[in-house]
Design a protein around this ligand. Structure first.
Ligand code: KG4
Ligand code: ZN
Length: 358
């Protein structure tokens, strides 16, 4: 496919466009299926409409994400979510389409990518392959109507990723730290499962933790004070397993389980705070951002905000539906690409391991 058809018949768009763009994003990298339309200009970006669906109960029954089930879900849902998102956004012309091309589950990414390319072709507009993690980096800013500003240190904490990123420009990013084993959200999910809370578990564990007290039982804070900014959560999981063997009451609904959950939340939070403080100290950067599903946790959010503001740094976090996986953040990156005059990506393939570094 050549680039000649790009934007044929569309409103004038490109660098410093005087007209607001409407871009459409598609997200299928994991178990959420989402389509969103945003409106954007040089001043900022705003969500016009999003349609999102997930089937956590189906995955819960099987204990995690099942690729075949996920692919079938995306295939079935995208044709339903597209008209819903367009209706919510007030219909109208689309000036660019984008889909998550990685990182993520290869067959799931392929569904969104193929759907997005076909849609862009039909709409006679450009197609853009978007990095899911770049979407997360945008979300603390665009959820507040702003474009990202640089430099900033970003913490992305989700079910699949725990990353500290130094972003010094739109395409200048360095990974300061990552997890050596489980992601923070995965740790929440696995520890929640150990005490009988169903997948994905993070939110349920937070609810339990609110009824208990940390410090009643004791769990380690892996990597705290260690060199660099890496994380590790597998030791926490093993320690929790041993603790549950010695104290089986922690695994049964009641006060002991609430105390256990409060300690889990405190341990994960303190690890996130310690490593993030190190990243700010190491870089001297004074803006800190937080995104990803785990940032929905009020304890995590509060502790990281306190850590950043204590150091005199600005703190921004993704709010509302922008912290968990969504298509609005993908549509926002598409809009920024077009405003910056970037070419279309018709030949892009799914890249399950696409790094956020560049
Ligand atoms: O960003 P996200 O929606 O999807 C991924 O890209 O993974 O993050 C999902 C993760 C899950 O591990 C889930 O348990 C966790 O975010 N999560 C939470 C909370 N809400 C979602 N973890 C802790 N506390 C919460 N309230
Ligand atoms: Zn994500």
């Amino acid at each position: 496919m050549g680039g000649k058809l790009l934007n044929a018949g569309a409103r004038p768009i490109g660098p410093h466009s005087p007209v607001a763009l409407r871009t459409l994003g598609i997200e299928t990298s994991c178990d959420e299926t989402a389509v969103a339309v945003v409106e954007a200009d040089e001043q900022g970006c705003r969500l016009l409409g999003e349609a999102l669906a997930t089937r956590p109960h189906e995955h819960a029954e099987l204990g995690g994400i099942v690729p075949e089930l996920t692919v079938r879900q995306h295939l079935e849902l995208l044709p339903k979510l597209l008209p819903e998102a367009r209706r919510k956004s007030g219909e109208g012309k689309i000036d660019g389409v984008g889909a998550t091309a990685g990182p993520g589950l290869a067959p799931a990414l392929l569904v969104g990518l193929s759907f997005g390319k076909a849609l862009a072709w039909a709409e006679k507009t450009s197609f853009h392959a978007i990095n899911h993690l770049e979407g997360h980096l945008y979300s603390p800013f665009v959820s507040q109507g702003k474009w990202p500003h640089y430099p900033h240190v970003a913490l992305i904490v989700s079910g699949g990723h725990t990353l500290l990123v130094e972003a010094t420009g739109p395409d200048r990013r360095k990974i300061l730290g990552t997890t050596r084993d489980d992601a923070a959200g995965e740790a929440f999910d696995k520890l929640a499962r150990l005490v009988g809370l169903s997948y994905p578990g993070g939110a349920a564990l937070e609810k339990e933790a609110a009824k208990g007290r940390s410090g009643t039982v004791s769990l380690p804070r892996p990597m705290q004070g260690a060199e660099g900014c890496d994380f590790s959560f597998s030791g926490l999981k093993n320690a929790a397993r041993l603790l549950l063997e010695k104290n089986p009451s922690c695994g049964v609904a009641g006060k002991a389980r609430a105390d256990f959950c409060a300690e889990v939340q405190a341990a994960i939070t303190e690890c996130l705070v310690d490593r993030s403080a190190k990243a700010l100290e190491q870089t001297g950067i004074r803006t800190f951002t937080l995104s990803g599903g785990v940032s929905a946790n009020q304890g995590v959010l509060r502790a990281l905000r306190e850590m950043a503001t204590k150091r005199g740094c600005d703190f921004l976090s993704a709010t509302g539906g922008w912290n968990t996986d969504n298509a609005s953040m993908i549509a926002a990156v598409v809009a920024r690409r077009i405003l910056d005059g970037q070419p279309a990506d018709w030949d892009a393939d799914a890249d399950p391991r696409w790094s956020v570094a560049c």
